[in-house]
Design a protein around this ligand. Sequence first.
Ligand code: MGD
Ligand code: MGD
Ligand code: SF4
Ligand code: MO
Length: 680
Amino acid sequence: MTSFVSDGIVRSVCPFDCPDTCGLHVTISGGKVTNVTGDPQHPVTKGAICNKVRQLPDRVHHPERLMHPMRRVGPKGSGQFQRISWEEAYDEITSRMKHLTEQYGADSIMPYSFYGNMGVLSAEGMDRRFFHRLGATHLQRTICNAAGAAGYSYTMGASAGIDPEETIHTKLFIIWGCNLVSTNMHQTVLATEARKRGARIIHIDVHRNRTSTWADEFILVKPGSDGALALGLMHVLIRDGMVNHDFVNQFTVGYEELAEEAKRYEPHIVEELTGVPAAKIEELARLYGSVSPSFIRIGNGLQHHDNGGMMTRTIACLPALTGQWDIPGGGAMKGNGWYSRFNGSKVERPDLSPNPEVRQVNMNRLGEALTELDPPIRMLFVYNSNPAIVAPDLNKVRDGLLREDLFTVVHDLFLTDTASYADLVLPATSHMENLDLYSSYWHLYVQLGKPVLPVPGECKSNFTLFKELGLRMGFEPEAFDIDEEQMIADALDSEMNPLLEGINVETLKEHDWLKAGGGRRILLNERLHTPSGKIEFYSSSMKAAGLPPVPVYTPLMEETDYPFWLTTGPNHSYINSTFANQSKLQKLEKRPTLIMHRDDAAALELAEGDQVLVRNDRGEVKLTLKIGEDVLPGVLVTQGLWWDDASGGQGAVNKLTPQRLSDMGGGAVFFSNRVEVVRL
Ligand SMILES: Nc1nc2c(c(=O)[nH]1)N[C@H]1C(S)=C(S)[C@@H](COP(=O)(O)OP(=O)(O)OC[C@H]3O[C@@H](n4cnc5c(=O)[nH]c(N)nc54)[C@H](O)[C@@H]3O)O[C@H]1N2
Ligand SMILES: Nc1nc2c(c(=O)[nH]1)N[C@H]1C(S)=C(S)[C@@H](COP(=O)(O)OP(=O)(O)OC[C@H]3O[C@@H](n4cnc5c(=O)[nH]c(N)nc54)[C@H](O)[C@@H]3O)O[C@H]1N2
Ligand code: SF4
Ligand SMILES: [Mo]
């Protein structure tokens, strides 16, 4: 039995889907969490955390937290439920799973999950093992960074950039399609440190936001045009002799082909494509070609577009042209998950699957999977995610969730919009109530998150839920009757990743966090994981995949008569739809808005504060208008994934977004929408 302090400060880890994966200090008084701050000793957190997670006491002790299993008693989507016991819930789930497997095959069952909790046990542990062993339809988890990770990896071989702690030495920051101040605050802390030492910070975005105001300079671009901008910069770097040929010769392949392609991107042509003045392109290229070390933080925003993989791949070529990877503080970073990657096959055990060829569903096409797939999905098991808000083409998703012949189970801490469509709702623990192992997709520290509170009510962690379900299904005890520490040990088995050497349950208990690779500089000391072992300006694997092997600019796809481009990114106070049910944070965000250029508003005779209907062929939402010069004419921005009741049922922007997949990796294209706007 774990014993808990009822008064005092204890260590924890922030579990949310945020690159910073902070170390936390949790104050407990009288057995309740009363305060959450940053761990002052944590090498990256350094005592500072975001305002969202400072509100964690309200989340953990929220009066609406689910405390026991429930069965639906009203119509689907009505949110009417009745308490049942775990015994009843387990019986219902296992008997249905057995029946469906016999009658239709196990692929009539599908999990749907993402990273509501980033711990390996919560997000990719016993749950994955369970669904592999069952033989359920395999879910491709592509909603977040799939296109960008694929694109970046074509250039660099893996999701690995520089260690962000190095960036205090950087002299030029380009923050590209990333809303850093809201989404990766500790990178702003490191950049601010670098700025004290003389660094300059440039933000490139389709929307003047908090990050633009914080940066030294802001460059506004047309959505989906950044590939052209990067090629324009390359054009000038090559034309004006600012290429580091020693580096290029030693570490790259395909320079001649890239140089040939870049010839076409003269600054005046790129100005047309991007909206960035030719003189600004020349100036930025001169800066990039002369200031060293320079660092590009490539955001997720870019890759939520039809051409997102290629944009990311193209930008990732820039640091190699000027030889930045060789210099501490120089290079780029899209994601760093590669350094601390865990032993996935040992944890998830795909080898247990009765059907390795089982069908796969891309999670971005959930709407289609629930309404059109044949043979149909008959049971959907949702955990760690809120697809009735976050998935694209929401009207389709909700049509699917309303199917009477679909049995939906939702495991969550709250009665989310998705849970309101469920047949069975199961209560989940918060990360403060269970042991887990965390890595970051930005910094390089691996951390152990210990439970600091006893499990409330009848909540169960994802690990416990799927362990118990596995045992009740009669699955192999040697794979399912294990404890959390055993699975953490499997995850840390460094056979597949030597950078984890020395990191194990014991050393983590002793040190709380340990750095993958022990802190040495790794990137170019080893052969890269591209086919050539070098940085690839020319990619033979792209050619083999039917993609252009050299960076090119491809325009966005959606061609309709609707006049505007709409991007639908996250907001400052929520993490995806997490925190959107907390009143203090709702008050800060007020209401879902639509940001529009004043010329467009004048042409449509719209005024600040007007209620407008934003619509396309997929759906419509009602938003409150904000007018200014924060976007280019023809471009609209809305922020935040609001729960239906927090937005009056009218702000669910994913009613507008398409199920189309991006150019690479099967990624989502949340930001490539054509819409029209009318006054209500
Ligand atoms: N506060 C907060 N933090 C979060 C999250 C959250 O919801 N809220 N979510 C977390 C998750 S899951 C993720 S994946 C990350 C995402 O965090 P980021 O990597 O910052 O990605 P986004 O915020 O989606 O988009 C970044 C920026 O891209 C811009 N953008 C859109 N299209 C284009 C384009 O074509 N070109 C350019 N140059 N810019 C474009 C958007 O205006 C936005 O400002 O943040 C994580 N952290
Ligand atoms: N329009 C638009 N849509 C987007 C995006 C966008 O920028 N624009 N961003 C996309 C991106 S990048 C992402 S990553 C996705 C994120 O989409 P999701 O992964 O669905 O993220 P959340 O909305 O935060 O939902 C996570 C849910 O998991 C629950 N949860 C937390 N911890 C646990 C646990 O331990 N166990 C269980 N069972 N549940 C738990 C939370 O309470 C919450 O309801 O959204 C995508 N959707
Ligand atoms: S959400 Fe991000 S910045 Fe905020 S505490 Fe968690 S890891 Fe840190
Ligand atoms: Mo994400």
